[in-house]
Design a protein around this ligand. Structure first.
Ligand code: URA
Ligand code: SF4
Length: 187
């Protein structure tokens, strides 16, 4: 286990455990408040993220930022990471072996950050964390609890780019997160 987030990030920056290391420009470790109560988990870096080394800075990220503004989430209060830390070529889905090699970094991020709530962005994130049989269309918007952490699965923000009607769901799901956090803080 890693003691701190900087050590863990250094491991990721040097990582060549899977074949994505040979095509990446930058690793995308994740960023945000390491004392965050809410963590967001996406799939993997896209082109913009690969160039900048930061999560959700492209089109999908801008959409997510807008949704954060609508519900009153500040990006600097939360932590944002991905299932895989290097970009899959042509933004294909990460493969099982790549996820298998990478997932321990995310596990350690969760251990260090200790979020109360984790928002799972899209199918890959949902299935990796809560089980392969889960369908995002059926799971989204419904709280699940596992080992003391509350999970809110929702659409991947890139899905909102393709289908505008999903924006309403996405905002609704984020509002549930904000409300749950208020509820937790009262108790
Ligand atoms: N899509 C993701 O899943 N993660 C990012 O960081 C950017 C786009
Ligand atoms: Fe290592 Fe993960 Fe990058 Fe693969 S995707 S090289 S396991 S950091």
């Amino acid at each position: 286990m890693y003691e701190n987030i900087e050590e863990l990030k250094a491991k990721v920056d040097a990582c060549k455990n899977c074949k994505l290391s040979s095509t990446r420009k930058h690793t995308v470790f994740g960023e945000g408040n390491i004392k965050a109560e809410v963590m967001f988990i996406g799939e993997g870096p896209g082109g913009d993220e690969d160039l900048q080394g930061r999560p959700f800075v492209g089109k999908a990220g801008k959409l997510m930022n807008n949704a954060f503004d609508v519900v009153g989430i500040k990006r600097e209060d939360v932590y944002i990471a991905n299932i895989v830390k290097c970009r899959p070529p042509h933004n294909r889905d990460p493969e099982q072996d790549e996820i298998g090699f990478c997932i321990n970094y995310l596990r350690n991020q969760v251990i260090i950050i200790k979020p109360k709530i984790i928002v799972l962005l899209g199918r890959i994130s949902l299935q990796t964390i809560l089980g392969k049989e889960k369908m995002i269309s059926k799971s989204r918007g419904i709280w699940q609890e596992k080992r003391g952490i509350l999970y809110m699965p929702t659409w991947h923000p890139a899905a909102l780019l393709r289908d505008e009607t999903k924006k309403v769901d996405f905002i609704y799901d984020l509002k549930q997160v904000v409300n749950k956090l208020k509820e937790i803080e009262k108790n």
